[in-house]
Design a protein around this ligand. Structure first.
Ligand code: ADP
Length: 596
């Protein structure tokens, strides 16, 4: 009987048809978990959709997708710099892990002026800057300069915006080489925020011994840029056949070296964890705006999770600095090797395989829908996974059934549908037999006790929860999430990411922010001024109106006006409390309409 029960447990289904270069690592993970792969997609919904590039897929209404809407846009160099800068304005000391940056071309004059001013106040300061084109990757188009006047302002910078950043001149060296760290971070959920960090990552090495930048060596990419895709073309590149040597090693092997030199590895990890949590806190407000626009509350849609690649540079004093965040970190587990001149072959890379397979497998273990079910969210998961039940569920919602009533009707109908599904399977229609497999588990691999890998047979999880585990320490930084919640409330029409003038006026009126010395005419002027400026620099010109960053700027203006002479974060916090209080009072008076 025990065996029979095991055989009936449905196997988790994974659509890998869009996995792209992460396919190999995904396949190995699925084999280890004994989950069911659909390499060419499936007519019935799957539990998990594994996408190599982006979230966007209008056909998915249920299950879980390994990408968040808007993440790729959010971690572009310019958007990330802006998001971190806003946090630096609020909490300068907490966000000093990101190099001072300027956005080109719009901040070119500011860049020149600030550098001149800083040099004036400290003549011994001899900075170097790194220019990185927006949307670039793998070191593409990156160059170093000593003087703002050396920026190549011709043609490309106008058509291709960039970030110019203070260059970190004193990185930590191992074997006299500069290296950076790629760490894998799982954003398991946005609301509530859940973050996991992989215990091991990769260290990618330069291939020329490092020297501090001088006019003579500025152009030497193998000395200054750690990108694997660049250094692989250096004659000095060493393919790693174990995790401790070569041009790509595990981060844990570096930590061992550092620990044997007496470094405080525990403190280093805790600094890295803080950096990761603070960076994600800077990204969440806008991600929430994207999320509600792509998957509006109450409509059927998948839930999301995402593996992010954090690129971190250690300074000589072991302080970790954030270089960038990758929405689609490479999950390839092989590399190209030149066997003879001009003849290349893909060969397995043991270092990549060790780290990346563990990250994918353990992400899947954490997202396992059956575990969630066992935790008591059974009904909800069944509704989301089964297309027919989902239709019933949506039908009930559409007909305005209240939560309890909705659950009751959906459950009743679900029993009937299960009965039909069983009947249908006897008549061997293809999607129905798939559905049967899904509900009861079937196929040769689901023999008793073999349907899913027992947890005990797998290594312990390589992903460690850091949020909400350390939430308390960071709660005061989450001000902009609450500003985003106000913004979303006044967006009005579902599916938009920008606030119209009427929405902004309603926000001011409902929060009682206008007064005799701040008239509604001034409100309109504030809206027009800020919106126009943001729309002229923004990437998204599809929609008109005020984007979240513009709203945040307006919010800061209002906070400064209302609570003069306090530090900015206190002004903003007070205004948030004020607005939330006014809105709560309003909600008590009348039924909430709109998105509240
Ligand atoms: P890409 O997406 O093109 O890889 P990165 O921002 O990761 O762009 O930069 C490429 C490389 O340049 C990094 O891996 C790192 O070695 C080096 N780098 C980037 N920013 C800095 C910086 N501020 N200081 C020192 N080195 C940097």
């Amino acid at each position: 009987e025990e065996g029979g029960r095991a055989a009936r447990r449905p196997r988790v289904t994974v659509d890998s048809s869009k996995a792209k270069t992460s396919l190999e690592a995904l396949k190995i993970s699925l084999r280890q978990l004994r989950w069911r792969e659909f390499p060419f997609g499936r007519r019935l919904p799957c539990d998990i959709y594994w996408h190599g590039i982006s979230f966007h897929d209008n056909d998915i209404f249920s299950g879980q997708v390994n990408k968040f809407p808007g993440m790729t846009e959010m971690v572009r160099k310019i958007t990330l710099s802006r998001a971190v800068r806003t946090m630096q304005d609020l909490f300068p000391l907490e966000y000093n892990f990101y190099p001072r940056s300027w956005i080109l071309p719009e901040e070119f004059s500011l860049f020149v002026a600030e550098v001149r001013m800083m040099k004036g106040s400290d003549p011994s300061w001899k900075p170097t800057f790194i220019v990185k084109p927006d949307g670039g990757c793998q070191g593409d188009g990156i160059y170093l300069i000593k003087d703002p006047g050396d920026i190549r302002l011709t043609g490309s910078i106008q058509s291709r915006p960039a970030v110019v950043q203070e260059y970190i001149c004193k990185p930590l060296l191992v074997d006299k080489l500069k290296f950076d760290i790629r760490l894998y971070v799982l954003l398991k959920s946005l609301e509530p925020l859940e973050i996991y960090i992989a215990k091991d990552g990769l260290s990618r090495f330069c291939t020329e011994p490092y020297q501090e930048p001088t006019l003579k060596n500025l152009h030497q990419v193998f000395m200054h840029l750690t990108n694997y895709s660049l250094n692989i073309h250096s004659g000095n590149f060493i393919h790693s056949d174990n995790v401790n040597t070569g041009s790509k090693r595990t981060f844990s092997s570096i930590l061992c070296r550092l620990s044997s030199r007496g470094a405080d590895v525990k403190k280093l990890w805790s600094d890295i964890i803080s950096l990761v949590i603070k960076t994600i806190i800077a990204l969440t407000p806008e991600l929430k705006v994207y999320y509600q626009s792509d998957i509006p509350a109450g409509k059927p849609g998948p839930t999301c999770f995402q593996i992010l690649g954090f690129d971190i540079l250690l300074m000589k004093n072991l302080k970790p600095m954030l270089l960038e965040v990758n929405a689609n970190p490479s999950m390839r587990i092989e590399h190209e090797q030149e066997l003879s001149p001009g003849v290349f072959e893909n060969v397995p890379s043991p270092v990549d395989e060790e780290v990346k397979v563990a990250v994918i497998r353990d992400t899947l273990r954490l997202m396992d829908p059956q575990k969630k079910k066992r935790k008591g969210t059974h009904n909800c998961i069944v509704f989301r996974r089964d297309p027919l039940l989902r239709v019933v569920s949506v039908f009930c919602i559409t007909w305005g059934m209240k939560d309890k009533q909705h659950k009751h009707h959906t459950l009743k109908l679900s029993l009937k549908l299960k009965f039909y599904l069983k009947l249908g399977s006897c008549q061997s229609s293809d999607p129905v037999s798939e559905a049967k497999e899904e509900v009861w588990g079937a196929g040769p691999a689901s023999s008793p006790g073999q349907d899913t890998a027992p947890e005990a047979a797998l290594p312990s999880l390589c992903l460690k929860q850091v949020f909400p585990k350390y939430a308390k320490q960071f709660s005061s930084l989450r001000l902009l999430d609450r500003v985003a919640a106000l913004f979303i409330r006044f967006l009005g029409v579902k599916g938009t990411t920008k606030l119209g003038p009427t929405g902004f006026r309603t926000f001011i009126r409902n929060c009682k922010l206008s007064s005799s010395n701040f008239s509604m005419a001034s409100v309109d002027i504030l809206y027009i001024d800020i919106t126009r400026r943001w729309n002229s620099v923004g990437i998204d010109h599809k929609e008109s109106g005020m984007c979240l960053q513009a709203f945040v700027e307006a919010f800061f203006c209002l906070a400064q006006k209302k609570y003069k002479s306090l530090p900015l974060h206190e002004q903003v916090a007070l205004l948030i409390y004020f607005c939330e209080y006014q809105l709560a009072a309003l909600d008590e008076k009348r039924p909430v309409c709109g998105r509240g």
